[in-house]
Design a protein around this ligand. Sequence first.
Ligand code: ADP
Ligand code: MG
Length: 392
Amino acid sequence: MNIHEYQAKAILDKFGVPTPRAEVASTPAEAKEIASRIGGRVVVKAQVHAGGRGKAGGVKLVDSPAMAEEVTASLLGTRLVTKQTGAAGVPIEKVMIAEALDIKDELYISIVVDGDIGAPVVMASTEGGMDIEEVAESTPEKIFRVAGDPLIGLTTYRARDIALALGVPDKSVRATTKLITDLYQVFVENDCSLVEINPLVITEDDQVFALDVKINLEDDALFRHPELAGLRDSNQQDPLEQRADKAGLAYVKLDGGRVGCMVNGAGLAMATMDITKAAGADPANFLDIGGSADQARIEEAFKIIVDDTDVEIILINLFAGIARSDVVAQGIVSAAKETKTAVPMVVAMRGTNAAEGIQILADSGLNITGVPDLAGAAVVLKAKLLELGGSN
Ligand code: ADP
Ligand code: MG
């Protein structure tokens, strides 16, 4: 689960990680009041679930409370489109007003779980403030990695190694080391999947601050943190993603494709991606109905796919183990009839009651082709795409 910067900052505060003074505002008047309380220059920061806000006009430096009010008014109620959002952007419903710091150096630090070594790993770089993906690609030697120990944690001397690798001034080493060990505590104690500080800044007077923070919480561990579950902001999600979440379905929207894909299982999703590509098209989305979907969930899954306006054709790839093909087929047919969709469908059905399922599809009188194998589905998909014409 993704949370907002102001919420992540509150967690850092609790763990003693230094951040600039800041408060969240939902109206221009509140922004003005906070700016006068902080005094001096402040930064107005759009609170959205996406990075790259600075370059997209979502982080603005202002000189006075009146300007903070004005900039807040221009941001609230609009949608911010950044490199990390789709073309539709994400709504700005709150801004954070933060004290502006005099920055000498922008550094980078993050913590993620490294699946290969089975431990949290701290990544640090002197190249902060910019796209870390770009640094990783063009100058990977500029990223310094230190793994924590799942039992012992991150020892102080290893945290100090990171501070030294970041090249912080001598008199900031101690504070940076403490910040890194505290950040590691934030990661472990809140069951995070990501804690990212970009930039970590050294100010002109050699103080160290986490200037921007992004925290992702591990969904599967949220039950251990009821106090964090309330931080969810569904408005930042795509409406179809929200519906999928509610129905307990895993939905991923992909930009640029025109094939809606419904599968049961993540491995099948990969295979379905391959078939779609082999047929010369790109997926518009993926919807995973999971192993034991009942008819109601299948109907909702189908409706979500149909409501994605990019979808011109639907590819359903089912391997029925616990799920039964005939139940899925009935779900598809009744949802297709209810939505009166004209979108053609190709359905690969294997496993439990596959023959019965394919028969139900054939008897439906709808534009659905059921086939007993994946290779056959690829051939039918390609033919149907040709009929539709156009390209991705
Ligand atoms: P994003 O990563 O979404 O673009 P950031 O919070 O990292 O947003 O802000 C972008 C840039 O704006 C930072 O790299 C920094 O240069 C500047 N900035 C952000 N907050 C402050 C602040 N409190 N004081 C001074 N500069 C800031
Ligand atoms: Mg940033």
